[in-house]
Design a protein around this ligand. Sequence first.
Ligand code: SF4
Length: 204
Amino acid sequence: MQFNPSTHIPVMEHFYTIQGEGFYTGHAAYFIRLAGCDVGCVWCDVKESWTVEEQQLMLIDDLLKEVLKYPGRLIVITGGEPLMYDLSFLTQTLKANGFQINIETSGAYPISGTLDWICVSPKKFKAPLKEVLAKANELKCIIFNKSDFEFAEQNCLLATKDCVLYLQTEWSKQEQMLPLMIDYVKAHPQWKISLQTHKYLNIP
Ligand code: SF4
């Protein structure tokens, strides 16, 4: 879909909540979930984010007005795959209003915009770019089956030594994979466990 990224951005949903997973777990944050993703994870729990509808195009200035209604100053840009778009204007606008901007990405597209914290969640279905992994502050690898531990290690090799390393079970496989993940982290303590605490708290 054609649009001007200096005025509009396709937004699937936006809401103020608590970050439930990864390094910023427990922090109040305004989530901006951009519409559109071509990564195609078979276990994706937001498949409704894959497509972009005309009516999802939102004026960045209108989005800013919504974000400013809440006291939190942490933004999480997620998707979909948010780096499919040039985020320069969106992030400039938010930064100019004093926000910290975190992004959650598969790493499959080049980085754009001004970002304070880059969480890369690499996917086998569309490999992350090396230059994005090299800039990751946080690597969050989803464990859906046993081979995902090896995939996590391969991606870890391309991250910096300061990158924070997380393993997180895919929600539907939690019961099956959590015991393996606990054993794995005990044996490889450079990794930490991330849980989707928002699902336990029953918040978005
Ligand atoms: S990258 Fe995220 S939004 Fe895209 S298919 Fe995978 S899990 Fe779903």
